[in-house]
Design a protein around this ligand. Structure first.
Ligand SMILES: Cc1ncc(COP(=O)(O)O)c(C=O)c1O
Length: 457
Protein backbone atom coordinates (compact mmCIF):
# COMPACT_ATOMS: atom_id res chain seq x y z
CA UNK A 1 0.00 0.00 0.00
CA UNK A 2 1.27 3.43 -0.85
CA UNK A 3 0.79 5.14 2.45
CA UNK A 4 1.82 8.73 2.05
CA UNK A 5 4.54 9.81 4.41
CA UNK A 6 4.42 13.33 3.06
CA UNK A 7 1.41 14.14 5.21
CA UNK A 8 2.38 15.67 8.52
CA UNK A 9 0.35 14.13 11.32
CA UNK A 10 2.33 15.71 14.12
CA UNK A 11 -0.62 17.92 15.11
CA UNK A 12 -2.91 14.91 15.35
CA UNK A 13 -0.37 13.04 17.42
CA UNK A 14 -0.09 16.08 19.70
CA UNK A 15 -3.89 16.15 20.13
CA UNK A 16 -3.91 12.46 20.94
CA UNK A 17 -1.14 12.96 23.46
CA UNK A 18 -2.94 15.90 25.03
CA UNK A 19 -6.45 14.52 25.27
CA UNK A 20 -6.86 10.80 24.66
CA UNK A 21 -6.80 8.43 27.62
CA UNK A 22 -5.60 5.15 26.12
CA UNK A 23 -6.87 1.76 27.25
CA UNK A 24 -4.67 -0.44 29.46
CA UNK A 25 -1.88 2.14 29.23
CA UNK A 26 0.48 3.77 31.66
CA UNK A 27 0.61 7.33 30.40
CA UNK A 28 3.77 8.31 32.24
CA UNK A 29 5.80 7.11 29.27
CA UNK A 30 4.15 9.69 27.02
CA UNK A 31 5.93 12.43 28.92
CA UNK A 32 9.06 11.40 27.01
CA UNK A 33 7.66 9.83 23.86
CA UNK A 34 4.73 10.14 21.49
CA UNK A 35 1.83 7.71 21.39
CA UNK A 36 1.56 5.63 18.24
CA UNK A 37 -1.39 6.71 16.14
CA UNK A 38 -2.59 4.19 13.57
CA UNK A 39 -3.57 5.52 10.18
CA UNK A 40 -4.81 2.74 7.96
CA UNK A 41 -4.92 -0.97 7.38
CA UNK A 42 -5.07 -3.48 4.54
CA UNK A 43 -5.34 -7.23 4.98
CA UNK A 44 -2.89 -8.27 7.69
CA UNK A 45 -1.02 -4.95 7.74
CA UNK A 46 -1.47 -1.57 9.43
CA UNK A 47 0.40 1.70 8.98
CA UNK A 48 1.01 4.36 11.60
CA UNK A 49 1.11 8.11 11.03
CA UNK A 50 4.89 7.96 10.56
CA UNK A 51 4.31 5.70 7.57
CA UNK A 52 5.74 2.67 9.35
CA UNK A 53 4.17 -0.65 8.34
CA UNK A 54 3.35 -3.43 10.82
CA UNK A 55 2.30 -7.01 10.30
CA UNK A 56 -0.49 -7.49 12.84
CA UNK A 57 -0.38 -10.94 14.48
CA UNK A 58 -3.16 -10.12 16.92
CA UNK A 59 -6.00 -8.83 14.70
CA UNK A 60 -6.16 -5.23 15.89
CA UNK A 61 -4.21 -5.97 19.10
CA UNK A 62 -7.18 -7.65 20.79
CA UNK A 63 -8.25 -10.56 18.54
CA UNK A 64 -10.96 -8.69 16.70
CA UNK A 65 -10.30 -8.03 13.01
CA UNK A 66 -10.95 -11.63 11.93
CA UNK A 67 -11.38 -10.93 8.22
CA UNK A 68 -8.54 -8.40 8.04
CA UNK A 69 -8.34 -4.65 7.49
CA UNK A 70 -9.65 -2.57 4.61
CA UNK A 71 -12.76 -4.60 3.73
CA UNK A 72 -14.61 -1.97 1.75
CA UNK A 73 -17.57 -4.30 1.16
CA UNK A 74 -18.31 -4.31 4.90
CA UNK A 75 -17.92 -0.53 5.01
CA UNK A 76 -20.28 -0.27 2.01
CA UNK A 77 -22.86 -2.54 3.66
CA UNK A 78 -22.74 -0.39 6.80
CA UNK A 79 -22.92 2.85 4.79
CA UNK A 80 -25.91 1.66 2.76
CA UNK A 81 -27.72 0.56 5.90
CA UNK A 82 -26.97 3.79 7.80
CA UNK A 83 -28.24 5.88 4.88
CA UNK A 84 -31.45 3.84 4.79
CA UNK A 85 -32.08 3.41 8.52
CA UNK A 86 -29.28 3.96 11.00
CA UNK A 87 -31.10 3.12 14.17
CA UNK A 88 -34.22 1.98 15.74
CA UNK A 89 -34.34 0.64 19.27
CA UNK A 90 -34.48 -3.12 19.38
CA UNK A 91 -38.03 -2.86 20.76
CA UNK A 92 -38.77 -3.24 17.03
CA UNK A 93 -36.96 -5.20 14.36
CA UNK A 94 -34.71 -4.07 11.51
CA UNK A 95 -33.97 -5.87 8.25
CA UNK A 96 -30.26 -6.58 9.01
CA UNK A 97 -31.15 -7.50 12.61
CA UNK A 98 -33.55 -10.20 11.38
CA UNK A 99 -31.29 -11.36 8.54
CA UNK A 100 -28.20 -11.68 10.72
CA UNK A 101 -30.05 -13.46 13.55
CA UNK A 102 -31.28 -16.03 11.02
CA UNK A 103 -27.80 -16.47 9.51
CA UNK A 104 -26.16 -16.76 12.92
CA UNK A 105 -28.61 -19.32 14.28
CA UNK A 106 -27.97 -21.35 11.14
CA UNK A 107 -24.36 -21.75 12.36
CA UNK A 108 -25.41 -22.65 15.91
CA UNK A 109 -27.60 -25.76 15.90
CA UNK A 110 -29.55 -25.99 19.17
CA UNK A 111 -29.56 -22.21 19.71
CA UNK A 112 -32.48 -20.03 18.83
CA UNK A 113 -32.64 -16.39 20.03
CA UNK A 114 -30.28 -13.46 19.46
CA UNK A 115 -30.17 -10.48 21.85
CA UNK A 116 -28.21 -7.52 20.44
CA UNK A 117 -25.85 -5.26 22.39
CA UNK A 118 -22.51 -3.58 21.73
CA UNK A 119 -19.58 -5.22 23.56
CA UNK A 120 -18.43 -8.50 25.01
CA UNK A 121 -18.84 -7.18 28.55
CA UNK A 122 -22.36 -6.06 27.82
CA UNK A 123 -23.27 -9.40 26.21
CA UNK A 124 -22.06 -11.18 29.35
CA UNK A 125 -23.92 -8.75 31.63
CA UNK A 126 -27.11 -9.53 29.70
CA UNK A 127 -26.53 -13.24 30.30
CA UNK A 128 -25.96 -12.66 34.04
CA UNK A 129 -29.20 -10.69 34.21
CA UNK A 130 -31.04 -13.51 32.43
CA UNK A 131 -29.68 -16.01 34.96
CA UNK A 132 -30.62 -13.82 37.92
CA UNK A 133 -34.09 -13.22 36.57
CA UNK A 134 -34.59 -16.94 35.91
CA UNK A 135 -33.62 -17.55 39.55
CA UNK A 136 -36.50 -15.28 40.57
CA UNK A 137 -38.94 -16.62 38.02
CA UNK A 138 -38.32 -20.31 38.77
CA UNK A 139 -36.47 -20.75 42.06
CA UNK A 140 -37.71 -18.09 44.47
CA UNK A 141 -34.52 -16.08 43.86
CA UNK A 142 -32.28 -18.79 45.32
CA UNK A 143 -30.49 -20.28 42.29
CA UNK A 144 -28.66 -17.04 41.49
CA UNK A 145 -24.94 -17.77 41.86
CA UNK A 146 -22.71 -17.92 38.82
CA UNK A 147 -19.55 -20.03 38.71
CA UNK A 148 -16.58 -18.65 36.80
CA UNK A 149 -13.09 -20.04 36.29
CA UNK A 150 -9.73 -18.90 37.56
CA UNK A 151 -7.75 -17.24 34.69
CA UNK A 152 -10.84 -16.64 32.49
CA UNK A 153 -11.82 -13.06 31.64
CA UNK A 154 -15.33 -11.88 30.89
CA UNK A 155 -15.17 -8.11 30.69
CA UNK A 156 -14.38 -4.73 32.11
CA UNK A 157 -17.57 -3.82 33.99
CA UNK A 158 -17.79 -4.44 37.71
CA UNK A 159 -20.00 -7.53 37.37
CA UNK A 160 -18.02 -9.06 34.50
CA UNK A 161 -14.83 -8.40 36.50
CA UNK A 162 -16.54 -10.06 39.45
CA UNK A 163 -16.88 -13.06 37.13
CA UNK A 164 -13.25 -12.90 35.96
CA UNK A 165 -10.48 -15.04 37.41
CA UNK A 166 -7.64 -12.60 36.82
CA UNK A 167 -6.52 -10.94 40.06
CA UNK A 168 -4.51 -8.15 38.45
CA UNK A 169 -7.44 -7.13 36.24
CA UNK A 170 -9.71 -7.11 39.29
CA UNK A 171 -7.36 -5.45 41.77
CA UNK A 172 -8.53 -2.17 43.32
CA UNK A 173 -12.00 -2.37 41.82
CA UNK A 174 -13.62 -3.87 44.91
CA UNK A 175 -16.25 -4.22 46.16
CA UNK A 176 -17.32 -6.78 43.61
CA UNK A 177 -20.82 -7.87 42.72
CA UNK A 178 -21.84 -10.68 45.09
CA UNK A 179 -22.85 -14.13 43.90
CA UNK A 180 -19.88 -15.03 41.68
CA UNK A 181 -17.92 -18.10 42.78
CA UNK A 182 -14.53 -19.15 41.39
CA UNK A 183 -13.66 -22.66 40.19
CA UNK A 184 -10.05 -23.76 39.50
CA UNK A 185 -8.34 -23.24 36.14
CA UNK A 186 -7.74 -26.25 33.90
CA UNK A 187 -4.28 -25.46 32.54
CA UNK A 188 -2.58 -28.85 32.52
CA UNK A 189 0.88 -27.29 32.12
CA UNK A 190 0.28 -25.67 35.52
CA UNK A 191 -1.41 -28.67 37.13
CA UNK A 192 -2.57 -27.97 40.70
CA UNK A 193 -2.75 -31.72 41.34
CA UNK A 194 0.81 -32.77 40.53
CA UNK A 195 1.42 -35.28 37.75
CA UNK A 196 -1.83 -37.01 36.92
CA UNK A 197 -2.87 -38.82 33.79
CA UNK A 198 -6.53 -37.83 34.20
CA UNK A 199 -6.10 -34.10 34.67
CA UNK A 200 -9.38 -33.32 32.84
CA UNK A 201 -11.45 -35.62 35.06
CA UNK A 202 -9.61 -34.38 38.15
CA UNK A 203 -10.38 -30.77 37.25
CA UNK A 204 -14.05 -31.63 36.85
CA UNK A 205 -14.08 -33.36 40.25
CA UNK A 206 -12.86 -30.12 41.84
CA UNK A 207 -15.69 -28.22 40.18
CA UNK A 208 -18.20 -30.72 41.54
CA UNK A 209 -16.81 -30.25 45.06
CA UNK A 210 -17.47 -26.52 44.75
CA UNK A 211 -21.01 -27.11 43.51
CA UNK A 212 -21.67 -29.37 46.51
CA UNK A 213 -20.03 -26.90 48.90
CA UNK A 214 -22.15 -23.99 47.65
CA UNK A 215 -25.29 -26.11 47.17
CA UNK A 216 -26.51 -26.86 43.65
CA UNK A 217 -29.82 -25.19 44.50
CA UNK A 218 -27.96 -21.86 44.79
CA UNK A 219 -26.12 -22.07 41.44
CA UNK A 220 -27.86 -20.81 38.33
CA UNK A 221 -25.09 -20.86 35.75
CA UNK A 222 -21.47 -21.45 34.91
CA UNK A 223 -19.62 -19.09 32.55
CA UNK A 224 -16.55 -20.46 30.75
CA UNK A 225 -14.40 -19.61 27.77
CA UNK A 226 -14.03 -22.61 25.41
CA UNK A 227 -10.31 -21.85 25.29
CA UNK A 228 -9.17 -19.31 27.89
CA UNK A 229 -7.88 -16.31 25.95
CA UNK A 230 -6.35 -13.42 27.91
CA UNK A 231 -5.55 -15.78 30.77
CA UNK A 232 -2.85 -17.37 28.63
CA UNK A 233 -4.40 -19.36 25.74
CA UNK A 234 -5.38 -22.35 27.89
CA UNK A 235 -6.71 -25.25 25.85
CA UNK A 236 -8.94 -27.65 27.78
CA UNK A 237 -7.55 -31.01 28.88
CA UNK A 238 -8.93 -34.29 27.57
CA UNK A 239 -12.35 -35.12 29.03
CA UNK A 240 -12.87 -31.69 30.60
CA UNK A 241 -15.80 -30.51 28.55
CA UNK A 242 -17.67 -33.83 28.69
CA UNK A 243 -17.37 -33.68 32.47
CA UNK A 244 -18.47 -30.04 32.75
CA UNK A 245 -21.44 -30.65 30.49
CA UNK A 246 -22.46 -33.64 32.61
CA UNK A 247 -22.20 -31.59 35.84
CA UNK A 248 -24.39 -28.84 34.40
CA UNK A 249 -27.00 -31.41 33.44
CA UNK A 250 -26.82 -33.23 36.77
CA UNK A 251 -27.21 -30.08 38.87
CA UNK A 252 -29.51 -28.12 36.56
CA UNK A 253 -26.93 -25.39 35.95
CA UNK A 254 -27.11 -23.29 32.78
CA UNK A 255 -23.94 -23.47 30.70
CA UNK A 256 -22.88 -20.06 29.42
CA UNK A 257 -20.06 -20.19 26.88
CA UNK A 258 -18.15 -16.94 26.35
CA UNK A 259 -17.18 -16.96 22.67
CA UNK A 260 -16.12 -13.31 22.63
CA UNK A 261 -12.63 -14.35 21.45
CA UNK A 262 -13.12 -17.88 20.07
CA UNK A 263 -16.27 -17.11 18.07
CA UNK A 264 -16.57 -16.44 14.34
CA UNK A 265 -13.95 -18.83 13.09
CA UNK A 266 -10.96 -18.05 15.27
CA UNK A 267 -10.45 -21.73 16.16
CA UNK A 268 -11.35 -23.23 12.77
CA UNK A 269 -15.04 -23.82 13.51
CA UNK A 270 -17.69 -21.13 13.73
CA UNK A 271 -17.52 -21.39 17.52
CA UNK A 272 -14.94 -22.80 19.87
CA UNK A 273 -17.50 -24.89 21.78
CA UNK A 274 -18.27 -26.79 18.57
CA UNK A 275 -14.91 -28.61 18.85
CA UNK A 276 -15.95 -30.22 22.11
CA UNK A 277 -19.52 -31.41 21.57
CA UNK A 278 -20.81 -28.85 24.07
CA UNK A 279 -24.51 -27.99 24.16
CA UNK A 280 -24.62 -24.51 25.70
CA UNK A 281 -27.68 -22.74 27.03
CA UNK A 282 -26.24 -19.26 26.48
CA UNK A 283 -23.46 -18.12 24.13
CA UNK A 284 -21.99 -14.62 24.06
CA UNK A 285 -20.19 -13.26 20.98
CA UNK A 286 -18.45 -9.94 20.21
CA UNK A 287 -14.97 -9.02 18.83
CA UNK A 288 -14.85 -10.98 15.52
CA UNK A 289 -18.62 -10.82 15.10
CA UNK A 290 -18.21 -7.85 12.77
CA UNK A 291 -14.39 -7.86 12.78
CA UNK A 292 -14.39 -4.41 14.39
CA UNK A 293 -16.24 -2.75 11.47
CA UNK A 294 -19.10 -2.03 13.90
CA UNK A 295 -19.62 -2.31 17.64
CA UNK A 296 -21.93 -5.28 18.00
CA UNK A 297 -22.31 -8.19 20.38
CA UNK A 298 -24.87 -10.96 20.75
CA UNK A 299 -26.19 -12.95 23.67
CA UNK A 300 -27.60 -16.08 22.07
CA UNK A 301 -29.87 -18.46 23.96
CA UNK A 302 -31.75 -21.69 23.41
CA UNK A 303 -35.50 -21.51 22.90
CA UNK A 304 -35.84 -23.12 26.34
CA UNK A 305 -34.11 -20.17 28.03
CA UNK A 306 -36.12 -17.72 25.94
CA UNK A 307 -39.40 -19.46 26.81
CA UNK A 308 -38.80 -18.83 30.53
CA UNK A 309 -39.29 -15.12 29.85
CA UNK A 310 -42.46 -15.49 27.79
CA UNK A 311 -44.84 -14.22 30.44
CA UNK A 312 -48.60 -13.83 30.05
CA UNK A 313 -49.53 -10.34 28.84
CA UNK A 314 -51.04 -9.37 32.19
CA UNK A 315 -47.78 -10.22 34.02
CA UNK A 316 -46.11 -6.83 34.12
CA UNK A 317 -42.65 -7.88 35.33
CA UNK A 318 -41.64 -11.31 34.04
CA UNK A 319 -40.37 -10.57 30.53
CA UNK A 320 -36.67 -9.76 30.20
CA UNK A 321 -36.70 -6.13 31.31
CA UNK A 322 -33.46 -5.04 29.70
CA UNK A 323 -32.36 -2.77 26.87
CA UNK A 324 -29.16 -1.73 25.14
CA UNK A 325 -29.76 1.54 23.31
CA UNK A 326 -27.03 0.99 20.76
CA UNK A 327 -28.05 -2.63 20.36
CA UNK A 328 -30.53 -0.97 18.01
CA UNK A 329 -27.82 0.38 15.65
CA UNK A 330 -28.66 -1.27 12.36
CA UNK A 331 -25.09 -0.90 11.10
CA UNK A 332 -23.98 -3.63 13.55
CA UNK A 333 -25.88 -6.58 12.09
CA UNK A 334 -25.30 -5.21 8.57
CA UNK A 335 -21.54 -5.41 9.22
CA UNK A 336 -21.83 -8.80 10.90
CA UNK A 337 -23.77 -10.24 7.98
CA UNK A 338 -21.18 -9.11 5.46
CA UNK A 339 -18.38 -10.34 7.74
CA UNK A 340 -20.01 -13.78 7.85
CA UNK A 341 -20.41 -13.84 4.05
CA UNK A 342 -16.70 -13.13 3.67
CA UNK A 343 -15.78 -15.98 6.03
CA UNK A 344 -17.98 -18.32 3.98
CA UNK A 345 -17.10 -17.15 0.47
CA UNK A 346 -13.36 -17.19 1.15
CA UNK A 347 -13.47 -20.53 3.00
CA UNK A 348 -11.74 -18.93 5.95
CA UNK A 349 -12.60 -21.73 8.37
CA UNK A 350 -10.61 -24.11 6.15
CA UNK A 351 -7.79 -21.59 5.98
CA UNK A 352 -7.69 -21.40 9.78
CA UNK A 353 -7.48 -25.19 10.05
CA UNK A 354 -4.71 -25.34 7.45
CA UNK A 355 -2.72 -22.36 8.71
CA UNK A 356 -3.02 -23.44 12.33
CA UNK A 357 -1.07 -26.63 11.59
CA UNK A 358 1.59 -24.56 9.86
CA UNK A 359 1.73 -22.03 12.71
CA UNK A 360 1.97 -24.72 15.40
CA UNK A 361 4.82 -26.39 13.50
CA UNK A 362 6.74 -23.10 13.34
CA UNK A 363 6.09 -22.40 17.03
CA UNK A 364 7.25 -25.87 18.00
CA UNK A 365 10.46 -25.25 16.02
CA UNK A 366 10.98 -22.13 18.13
CA UNK A 367 10.43 -24.25 21.24
CA UNK A 368 13.00 -26.81 20.02
CA UNK A 369 15.49 -24.02 19.48
CA UNK A 370 15.01 -21.91 22.60
CA UNK A 371 15.08 -23.40 26.12
CA UNK A 372 13.12 -20.41 27.37
CA UNK A 373 9.97 -21.65 25.65
CA UNK A 374 8.32 -23.99 28.14
CA UNK A 375 5.03 -24.67 26.42
CA UNK A 376 3.34 -24.07 23.08
CA UNK A 377 -0.42 -24.47 22.87
CA UNK A 378 -3.42 -23.29 20.94
CA UNK A 379 -6.52 -24.01 18.93
CA UNK A 380 -6.83 -22.76 15.36
CA UNK A 381 -5.26 -19.36 14.79
CA UNK A 382 -5.12 -18.68 18.47
CA UNK A 383 -1.81 -19.72 20.03
CA UNK A 384 0.34 -19.08 23.08
CA UNK A 385 3.98 -19.57 24.00
CA UNK A 386 4.67 -19.76 27.71
CA UNK A 387 8.19 -18.65 28.64
CA UNK A 388 10.04 -20.04 31.65
CA UNK A 389 13.45 -19.61 33.23
CA UNK A 390 13.79 -23.38 33.65
CA UNK A 391 11.84 -26.11 31.85
CA UNK A 392 12.07 -28.45 34.84
CA UNK A 393 10.77 -26.08 37.51
CA UNK A 394 8.59 -24.14 35.02
CA UNK A 395 9.47 -20.92 36.82
CA UNK A 396 7.80 -18.19 34.74
CA UNK A 397 10.05 -15.51 33.24
CA UNK A 398 9.57 -12.00 34.54
CA UNK A 399 7.06 -10.00 32.50
CA UNK A 400 9.90 -7.66 31.49
CA UNK A 401 11.26 -10.48 29.30
CA UNK A 402 7.96 -10.75 27.46
CA UNK A 403 7.77 -6.97 27.13
CA UNK A 404 11.29 -6.93 25.64
CA UNK A 405 10.22 -9.51 23.02
CA UNK A 406 7.07 -7.54 22.19
CA UNK A 407 9.08 -4.33 21.87
CA UNK A 408 11.69 -6.02 19.66
CA UNK A 409 9.00 -7.42 17.34
CA UNK A 410 7.22 -4.06 17.27
CA UNK A 411 10.42 -2.24 16.38
CA UNK A 412 10.82 -4.73 13.55
CA UNK A 413 7.30 -4.16 12.30
CA UNK A 414 5.47 -7.15 13.78
CA UNK A 415 2.73 -6.70 16.40
CA UNK A 416 2.35 -9.63 18.78
CA UNK A 417 0.45 -9.86 22.09
CA UNK A 418 0.91 -11.18 25.61
CA UNK A 419 -0.91 -11.82 28.85
CA UNK A 420 -1.24 -8.25 29.98
CA UNK A 421 -1.21 -7.58 33.75
CA UNK A 422 -3.75 -10.33 34.21
CA UNK A 423 -2.28 -12.67 36.79
CA UNK A 424 0.73 -11.76 38.86
CA UNK A 425 3.61 -14.08 37.94
CA UNK A 426 1.89 -15.37 34.82
CA UNK A 427 2.30 -12.41 32.51
CA UNK A 428 4.80 -14.68 30.78
CA UNK A 429 2.81 -15.82 27.78
CA UNK A 430 3.09 -14.57 24.20
CA UNK A 431 -0.28 -14.60 22.44
CA UNK A 432 -0.91 -14.81 18.71
CA UNK A 433 -4.22 -14.45 16.89
CA UNK A 434 -3.57 -13.43 13.29
CA UNK A 435 -6.51 -12.68 11.01
CA UNK A 436 -8.21 -15.73 9.50
CA UNK A 437 -6.89 -14.71 6.06
CA UNK A 438 -3.22 -15.18 6.91
CA UNK A 439 -0.82 -17.02 4.63
CA UNK A 440 2.26 -19.16 5.29
CA UNK A 441 4.44 -16.25 4.22
CA UNK A 442 2.94 -13.95 6.83
CA UNK A 443 3.16 -16.63 9.50
CA UNK A 444 6.84 -17.09 8.60
CA UNK A 445 7.35 -13.37 9.09
CA UNK A 446 5.60 -13.43 12.48
CA UNK A 447 7.40 -16.51 13.81
CA UNK A 448 10.69 -15.27 12.32
CA UNK A 449 10.33 -12.03 14.29
CA UNK A 450 9.65 -13.93 17.52
CA UNK A 451 12.54 -16.33 16.93
CA UNK A 452 14.90 -13.42 16.30
CA UNK A 453 13.62 -11.43 19.27
CA UNK A 454 14.15 -14.38 21.62
CA UNK A 455 17.60 -14.85 20.13
CA UNK A 456 18.45 -11.22 20.90
CA UNK A 457 17.35 -11.38 24.55
C1 LIG B 1 -13.30 -13.85 26.68
C2 LIG B 1 -13.70 -12.40 26.75
N1 LIG B 1 -14.94 -12.08 27.14
C3 LIG B 1 -15.35 -10.81 27.22
C4 LIG B 1 -14.50 -9.77 26.91
C5 LIG B 1 -14.98 -8.35 27.02
O1 LIG B 1 -15.24 -7.83 25.77
P1 LIG B 1 -15.32 -6.24 25.56
O2 LIG B 1 -13.97 -5.68 25.75
O3 LIG B 1 -15.86 -6.12 24.15
O4 LIG B 1 -16.28 -5.72 26.55
C6 LIG B 1 -13.21 -10.05 26.47
C7 LIG B 1 -12.28 -8.96 26.10
O5 LIG B 1 -11.12 -9.13 25.88
C8 LIG B 1 -12.78 -11.41 26.41
O6 LIG B 1 -11.52 -11.71 26.07
Amino acid sequence: MDTSTTNDYSKVVAKDKANVWHHLSQHKKYETMDPIVMLEGKGMYVWDTNGKRYLDAVSGAVWTVNVGFGRTRIADAVRDQLAKLNFFASLMGTIPGAEFADALIDKMPGMSRVYYATSGSEANEKAFKMVRQIAHLKYGGKKNKILYRERDYHGSTISTLSASGQPQRRAMFEPYTPGFVQIPHCCEYRSQYGDCDDYGARSVEEVEKIILREGADTIGAMILEPVTAGGGVLTPPEGYWEGIQALCKKYDILLHIDEVVCGMGRTGKWFGYQHYGIKPDIVTIAKGLASGYAAISCTVTTEEVFEMFKAPMDDKMSYFRDISTFGGCAGGPAAALENMKIIEEENLLDNVTKMSVYLMDRLNEIKDKHEIVGDVRGKGLFCGLELVTDRETKEPVDESVIQAILADCFANGVIIGSTNRSMEGYNNIICLSPALICTEKELDEITGAIDAAIGRL
